[in-house]
Design a protein around this ligand. Structure first.
Ligand code: TMP
Length: 206
């Protein structure tokens, strides 16, 4: 008997307004994949997202924030990611565990390895086959974000510089799974680069 074929799991990561939502959608379309996101990829997650990103939630403790992100992820994996992969669908997610390590770990200052372990527990060890980090200069994110900022976007330049550093360090530590791409290019060019990586790393797409 042959083993059932599982889909492949791809995550887009990066700082604010780096273009990952657009690129996740384009890749999901090209692959016929399930497109999802964190936080907020489920009905329960949508409530957690609204709570976590609201500027009214200014009293949220850093560890509480990490646990809420992990709760969103646990629900997302149980309800969306794992069932889709098990059914042989590819899954493309706009943010995943790398965001917790970058934002709650490097950004907020919680130990990154502990934040990583929290995701390991929350997802029962569900890790992407490929993580694509899109990098844009801070000046470009500011321009793309415009005037209204949610609680994370409003966290300040130094915070966001640490977050970017957190993504780059994760990519450096896992070159077999992580790829960093320049997001400061026209959408089509970035998509072309993403397709090339997916073709080379996962042998998907013609
Ligand atoms: P988005 O608006 O890019 O979808 O992301 C929502 C915000 O949530 C963004 O500022 C990054 C943040 N975030 C974390 O801080 N930790 C996480 O684990 C995830 C998934 C997102």
């Amino acid at each position: 008997m042959t083993a059932p074929v599982e889909g492949r799991f791809i995550a887009f990561e990066g700082g604010e307004a780096c273009g990952k939502s657009t690129q996740a959608r384009l890749l999901a379309d090209a692959l016929g994949a399930v497109l999802t996101r964190e936080p907020g990829g489920t009905a329960i997650g949508a409530q957690l997202r609204a709570l976590m990103l609201s500027p009214d939630t200014h009293a949220l403790d850093d560890r509480a924030e990490a646990l809420l992100m992990a709760a969103d992820r646990a629900q997302h994996v149980a309800e969306v990611v794992r069932p889709a992969l098990a059914a042989g669908r590819h899954v493309v997610t706009d943010r995943y565990a790398g965001s917790s390590v970058a934002y709650q770990g490097y950004g907020r200052g919680l130990p990154p390895d502990e934040v990583q372990s929290l995701s390991q527990w929350a997802t029962a060890g569900c890790w992407p086959d490929l993580v694509v980090v899109l990098v844009v200069p801070p000046s470009v994110s500011v321009l793309r974000l415009g005037g209204e900022h949610d609680r994370m976007e409003a966290a300040g330049d130094e915070f966001h510089a640490r977050v970017l550093d957190g993504f780059l360090r994760q990519a450096e530590a896992r070159p077999d799974r992580w790829v960093v791409l320049d997001g400061d290019r026209p959408v089509d060019e970035v998509h072309h680069a993403v397709r090339a990586v997916v073709r080379e790393r996962l042998q998907l797409l013609p």
